[in-house]
Design a protein around this ligand. Structure first.
Ligand code: MTE
Ligand code: MO
Length: 384
């Protein structure tokens, strides 16, 4: 693999793996703005960053179980109505390092910042699929297509040098309310190379793994994508499954991400002087379930108080956003507490369906270390 043409990255990123490049920002950076700037947004790759330099020649092919396969150029995609969708993207491996502390898991280590929130601008996938004769709200094409597969141009070692792939159901792909985008903009700027230039998929409310970057082909297929990252990765197993007894086909690929929240104003172990402490962070849920509330405890879980939201005053794109901010996007929360002695601070979120986070990481431990959504805990030491 050729890693000699990687883009230049922000020097504050914590690098979890150099080749492929996997990096996350400081947690404090996540709460300094509602929209995460592209240079600070986590970067999750499985191979070198591709270079697309001839944008005129760049195209996406649409084929498979349809009548009229088509090749779409950027100008065809730009001609479609443009949507701006504010959506959080979170890697299923976010908080993996903390899960590994219970019992070792396999995968790139991530702190709490494999997540970011951006306004994605582009065409709706449902409008694109209409161009090949698939109407909105379709479950099956007349040739038996039930899934939409996205294929990239990158080269991944897990695919023996082949491209990264993923799929979603045709019904999600053709549902205008699912807001699945072929995005060419991030926060009002053209996508940069790290995040999928010139075109990527954004599947709101779903683990980041399905939002394929550097899109090259869309295939309408009968079964779920057979690629490594759909069949042999990104599946949630129970704590009893180990590398000896694992049966990959016994589980479905993970799609929606569960309710999550993290305190970003304090490191996991923090020393403070007695007095007022600001506790703030992010909360997000998948599947279009917004956040109902965030509970914070400063006495190790004996008593709780409800956090309030940050103002979204820093959103520069409110006017452009199609008015559904909270459906796919995170909420930044904040509470101030008086702390006089050493303690454990905890945050947990509740989503609009009433789902709550699991209390202990042990209960959701899984060998691939995905979906660590356990209560976020901060050990606070008070100086006398
Ligand atoms: N798309 C391609 N082509 N190659 C990849 O390695 N990684 C996926 C997804 N799309 C990946 C990809 C994973 S696991 C995640 S979490 C998101 O991209 C990360 O997107 P980001 O790097 O823009 O934050
Ligand atoms: Mo991911």
């Amino acid at each position: 693999s050729d890693y000699s043409k990687e883009p230049i990255r922000h020097n504050s990123l914590q690098i979890n793996s150099k080749e492929p490049f996997n990096a996350e920002p400081q947690r404090s950076a996540l709460i300094s703005s509602y929209l995460t700037p592209a240079d600070l947004f986590y970067k999750r790759n499985h191979g070198p960053i591709p270079i697309v330099d001839d944008i005129e020649k760049y195209s996406v092919s649409i084929s498979g179980l349809i009548e009229n396969p088509k090749q779409l150029f950027m100008e065809d995609i730009r001609k479609l109505p443009k949507y701006n969708v504010t959506s959080t993207l979170q890697c299923a491996g976010n908080r993996r390092t903390a899960m590994s502390k219970t019992k070792t898991v396999k995968g790139v280590g991530w702190g709490v910042s494999a997540i970011g929130n951006a306004v994605w601008g582009g065409a709706k996938l449902t409008d694109v699929l209409e161009l090949v004769g698939i109407p909105k709200l379709t479950n099956t094409t007349k040739y038996g297509g039930k899934y939409v597969e996205f294929v990239s141009i990158d080269q991944c070692k897990e695919e023996n040098g082949g491209p990264y792939k993923a799929s979603i159901t045709l019904s999600q792909a053709t549902n205008p309310e699912a807001d699945v985008l072929l995005a060419y903009e991030m926060n009002g700027e053209p996508l940069n190379r790290d995040h999928g230039f010139p075109l990527r998929v954004v599947v709101p409310g779903v683990i980041g793994a399905r939002s394929v970057k550097w899109l090259e082909a869309i295939n309408i297929i009968a079964e779920e994508c057979q690629g490594f990252f759909v069949q042999k990765d990104y599946k949630m197993f129970p704590p009893s499954v180990n590398w000896e007894n694992i049966n990959w086909s016994s589980r479905r690929p993970q799609m929606d991400f569960p309710v999550q929240c993290v305190i970003c104003s304090l490191e996991d172990t923090t020393t403070i002087t007695p007095g007022k402490v600001s506790i703030s962070g992010y909360a997000a849920s998948g599947g279009g379930r917004g956040i109902e509330r965030v509970d914070v405890s400063v006495d190790g879980g004996k008593t709780w108080m409800e956090a309030s939201r940050f103002q979204k005053s820093d959103i520069p794109y409110t006017a452009d956003d199609d008015g559904n901010c909270d459906k796919w996007a995170w909420v930044l929360f904040e509470v101030t507490a008086e702390i006089q002695q050493s303690t454990e601070i905890i945050a947990k979120a509740v989503d609009s369906a009433g789902n709550v986070q699991p209390e202990k990481v042990e209960d959701v431990w899984n060998l691939r270390g995905i979906l660590n959504t356990s209560w976020h805990r901060i050990q606070v030491h008070v100086n006398d």
